[in-house]
Ligand binder design. Sequence first.
Ligand code: ADP
Ligand code: MN
Ligand code: MN
Ligand code: MN
Length: 345
Amino acid sequence: MAKYKLEYIWLDGYEPVANLRGKTQIKEYPRFPNLEEVPMWSFDGSSTRQAEGHNSDCMLQPVAVFPDPMRKNGVLVMCEVMLPDGKTPHRTNTRATILDDPDAWFGFEQEYFLYKDGVPLGFPIVGFPPPQGKYYTGVGYAAVGCIAREIVEAHLDLCLDAGISHEGINAEVAKGQWEFQIFGKGSKSAADQMWIARYLLMRLCEKYSVDVNLHCKPLGRDADWNGSGMHANFSTNFMREVGGKSYFEALMVAFDKYKDEHIAVYGPDNHLRLTGLHETQSIDKFNYGIGNRGASIRVPHSFIDNGYRGYLEDRRPNSQGDPYKIASRILQTIATVPTKKRPKR
Ligand code: ADP
Ligand code: MN
Ligand code: MN
Ligand code: MN
């Protein structure tokens, strides 16, 4: 038997952006525990804006476990928050709103800024570094500074060691801005892994006195510096296997119809980022385009080449968005479009 450190991780009740919370429980297991062996736990919801003071217990329902590469015998336990009955999802439990679909796949591209002393990492305290141009996918001290790559590389290794489906990294357009991509099969998997990846990045950065700034336009609307998104790539079994032009067009009509509902859960302050500039569409418009990075939804060339089959990229979600809410809304909209197979013409 060994004593395992179980880090229970959940989302608090802050609005418009929930914070990650975590606390540790020690339990003995003969080997790394599986999900079924990790019990429910509770926490004081009055300290996380999830309950009133007099009746403040909330329950933590484990939903996914990962090895914690930063701790000896560590386990990262992603949890849903439940009411004291242990069965009813708490109003802040956005994961519980996602339709179950083991064949839905998501790939999220998380862009973010590293911040130190109130400015993006590598910025002078007063003034600005040279304008955007050479930072995206750049190399060298002038492009990326010195500790940024150390952090980004360490985070990549942590994610891989935790068994997360990490798909890649790149330096982004603004100085101090980076991206990583997470993929998952199953309607909730990529979002679970994204929250754990964010957790690992934030915990890693503590020792560098660096903050992860997920705001979508931290340098302001009018500055000539890119904002941060979290593009959501998505596909269902039907989209991958059947698809077709008429289904695709019906899907885009539905995405247009529900555009406000989508924007509502795609992260706060998105009007600062979705301006029609810097590879974005305006917040009040919906459009799609083949290979078009200025569209709301980009249709990959591979999608057309495969007879309107494959995945689509919704470019509107921002870096601060809750991947649970995003996945939930996308699947809700897809569910409004009939998938009845029409006879071939
Ligand atoms: P770009 O920067 O060109 O938009 P990235 O390579 O950063 O593209 O991200 C593409 C994302 O698409 C990856 O996260 C990948 O996991 C995801 N993806 C690829 N195929 C599928 C699919 N069939 N369904 C859902 N997501 C997918
Ligand atoms: Mn990308
Ligand atoms: Mn990017
Ligand atoms: Mn993208």
